[in-house]
Design a binder for this molecule. Structure first.
Ligand code: 6PG
Length: 475
């Protein structure tokens, strides 16, 4: 029987321990709160043994040791690694299964490497349920160190609809944590789009709660079928003791733990347009300004005006728009992964990532199947929107998507997700953009130079002097 160490027995850690134990793995358990390790060891019987210190955890394991860390990202992860490293030997492996910042992972891998200890970075998705019954796992790090562990993690991972395991080594170094970060950025954007659709149906069209619920339930079974859509239906099906839908009593502020922001930061850092991934973060920040929004609405008046138009048409348009925008979000995520991979040389294959995301993770959806196929057929595909099958899906909703954005804007309803994703697709389809004017202005005020269509190289111009005169009688 394989034996692993597991450090950090919060909800995720404890559920992963149960999942591993179900698959014939014996576990040495450690948590800073000793009672947690004792309780879990008791629950797991012969498959769990509690350790009282990090040193004891290491001592309980046969060499070469493997210790899975499920501790909060940031300083607690550094502290956990340090507490183990002193006791580990060459060839031992630590796995960080938390939502770590990928640059921290790279730094920690380098530090562990000095002691010939491997640190693997696992992006683990699927929340508490996933950890218990099958998460999606995006593994990153040394191939040989991971090899002997692959059967275990393949066994505990979720299964895609075609029954293949949602576990894969996505690349070297910090690739696993970077891919998980972008997964979360996509998660933020898909949630934002669903939330905007909900808002338009309930607060612009003023449809009864039950009607919105039925629309969502229908969408969740069609082309929009996804785990997050199912979460939205569950949200609308939940009622308080007095029969009031719970959603009506939930404060409209969304919190965040940082992975969405890391994704947006990475997009800026690598110079990759990912406006909807960034907008989803800004939208959460905006939502957090609850008091300021209320005060401004009271002082300035609400931007939203009463709906006039064809409600049925808008409902139908929303379904199409959601699908198109969801694809645009995934296109942004995959281009970001490709840019980071080009910089770091992790060796990420986008088809492998798409395949892992088909099951177990938060962004799993039927859309990932054609995306995986598209990347498998053409690993160098520079943007998903250039793949004919996917483009046809986006284009099929083109008019409806515009209708949703135009209607929302005309009625004063903010839809940063739908609008930014549409601007992204339109921007990609506009061979000649507005940036000639930006280049000209930069050269005028800062002599920054510009490129010309007709002559290669960098250029400066002898710009015309300021003359604001207007033609006589002109307008
Ligand atoms: C997952 C989730 C998980 C967590 C998010 C929530 O893949 O299982 O992404 O990691 O739910 O980190 O993030 P926020 O608190 O930032 O919304």
């Amino acid at each position: 029987m394989t034996m692993l160490g597991l450090m950090g027995l919060g909800v995720m850690g404890a559920n992963l321990a149960r999942n591993l134990a179900d698959h014939d793995v014996k576990l040495a358990l450690y948590d800073p709160a000793p009672a947690a390790a004792d309780r879990l060891a008791q629950e797991l019987g012969a498959r769990g043994v509690a350790s009282t210190t990090p040193a004891a955890l290491v001592a309980a394991l046969p060499a070469p040791r493997t210790i899975f860390l499920l501790v909060p990202a940031g300083a607690p992860t550094d502290a956990a690694i340090d507490s183990l490293l002193a006791h580990l030997a060459a060839g031992d492996v630590m796995i960080d299964g938390g939502n770590a910042f990928y640059r921290d992972t790279a730094r920690r891998q380098a530090a562990c490497g000095k002691a010939n200890v491997h640190l693997l970075g696992f992006g683990v998705s699927g929340g508490a349920e996933g950890a218990r019954h099958g998460p999606a796992i995006m593994a990153g790090g040394n191939r040989e160190a991971l090899q002997r562990l692959e059967p275990i993690f393949t066994a505990i991972a979720a299964r895609a609809p075609d029954n293949t395991p949602c576990f894969a080594r996505v690349g070297d170094g910090a690739a696993g944590h970077f891919v998980k970060t972008v997964h979360n950025g996509i998660e933020y954007a898909h949630m934002q789009l669903i939330a905007e659709a909900w808002h338009l149906l309930r607060r612009l069209l003023r449809l009864p709660h039950e009607k919105v619920r039925d629309i969502f339930a229908r969408w969740a079974q069609g082309a929009l079928s996804s785990f997050l859509m199912e979460c939205a239906v569950r949200a609308l099906d939940t009622v308080d003791a007095d029969g009031t839908p719970l959603i009506e009593r939930i404060v409209d502020t969304a919190e965040q733990k940082g992975t969405g922001q890391w994704t947006a930061n990475a997009a800026l850092e690598y110079g990759v347009p990912a406006p909807t991934l960034a907008e989803a973060v800004h939208a959460r920040c905006l939502s957090a300004l609850k008091q300021a929004r209320q005060a401004a609405e009271a002082a300035l008046g609400s931007s939203t005006i009463a709906f006039s138009g064809d409600a049925g048409a808008l409902i139908a348009a929303l379904e199409r728009a959601l699908l198109s925008a969801n694809v645009a979000v995934l296109a942004q995520g995959f281009t970001l992964i490709a840019a980071a991979d080009a910089e770091h040389g992790w060796g990420i294959e986008p088809a492998v990532v798409a395949r892992v995301w088909r099951g177990g993770c938060i962004i799993r959806s039927t859309l990932l199947e054609p995306i995986a196929a598209a990347f498998a057929a053409n690993p160098k595909l520079d943007n998903l929107l250039r793949e004919p099958v996917l483009w046809r899906r986006v284009a099929a909703g083109d008019a409806e998507w515009r209708q949703v954005v135009v209607t929302a804007i005309a009625h004063g309803v903010p839809v940063p997700g739908f609008a930014s994703a549409l601007a992204y697709v339109d921007g990609l389809r506009t061979g000649r953009l507005w940036a000639d004017m930006i280049a000209a202005q930069r050269d005028i005020f800062g002599q920054h130079g510009f490129a010309r269509f007709d002559t290669p190289g960098r250029h400066h111009a002898d710009w015309a002097p300021l003359d604001l005169s207007l033609p006589q009688g002109g307008h």
